[in-house]
Design a protein around this ligand. Structure first.
Ligand SMILES: O=C[C@H](O)COP(=O)(O)O
Length: 250
């Protein structure tokens, strides 16, 4: 049985003081949930949020990282730095990183391997653009991205990962994939993983859906058999909305 995982990706939102007061409220509101709750603050707020989360079951994630431990890479953050702060997860290959910052399947794969070496759990994002969906290329795109990101991994490593299927056309647009469409792609990703890494890795790996998830559509999406949680953007910025999604995911 896969535990549901709801992660709030704050993107470039919230100062340190906003982030800390948000998690202080959130941890009280979701104290007894059976869902695994994750917050992904911007880098500046990771350490103070880690401190504020002490004693809580809410896990911490970074939104990106470099694959090297250290070096002359101005503006980058390494896995060692994230691990020391207390991050459990790291979001890798988000479509905004692919679109605006030149992320490729190859760099995502380097980052996935580096994260695993340091005991960080990658949340690997895949998903097609609107043009790709309209060209009936969704399956090809998510298969290529999944195979690329997970190249050279062992079945045991893949079993412990989280994958987030996020159709690019549904991110921040208010357009959500239908429950059936999201389920169909998540099931397809699981089939690709079964082909590459075997049935038991495919059954263990958690596959989220992301793209305009809100309290009102969470129940339908999260009740699909191959959807094991959500990667939430906009609706993770308000405690009430995020809590609503968590509650509606069970
Ligand atoms: O990482 C989160 C996704 O990009 C979804 O963002 P959204 O919920 O604002 O559409």
């Amino acid at each position: 049985m896969r535990q549901m995982i709801i992660a709030g990706n704050w993107k470039m939102h919230k100062t340190v003081s906003e982030a800390v007061s948000f998690v202080q409220e959130l941890k009280q509101q979701v104290a007894n949930t059976r869902v695994e709750v994750v917050v992904c603050p911007p880098f500046t707020a990771l350490a103070p949020v880690a401190e504020a989360l002490k004693g809580s079951s809410i896990a911490l994630a970074a939104q990106n990282m470099h694959w090297e431990n250290q070096g002359a890479f101005t503006g980058e953050i390494s896995p060692l730095m994230l691990k020391e702060i207390g991050c459990k997860y790291v979001v890798l290959g988000h479509s905004e990183r692919r679109q605006y910052f030149g992320e490729t399947d190859e760099t995502v794969n380097k980052k996935v391997k580096a994260a695993l070496e340091h005991g960080l759990v990658p949340i690997v994002c895949v998903g097609e653009t609107l043009a790709q969906r309209e060209a009936n290329a969704t399956e090809q795109v998510v298969a290529t991205q999944t195979r690329g990101a997970l190249a050279d991994l062992s079945p045991e490593q893949v079993a412990g990962l989280v994958i987030a299927y996020e159709p690019v056309w549904a991110i921040g647009t208010g357009k959500t994939a239908s429950d059936q469409d999201a389920q169909q792609v998540n099931r397809y990703i699981r089939q690709v993983i079964a082909q590459e890494f075997g049935q038991s890795a495919a059954e263990a790996v958690r596959i989220q859906y992301g793209g305009s998830v809100k309290p009102g559509n969470a129940r339908g999406l999260m009740s699909q058999p191959d959807i094991d949680g959500a990667l939430v953007g906009g609706a993770s910025l308000k405690v009430e909305d995020f809590k609503g999604i968590i509650e509606n995911s069970l």
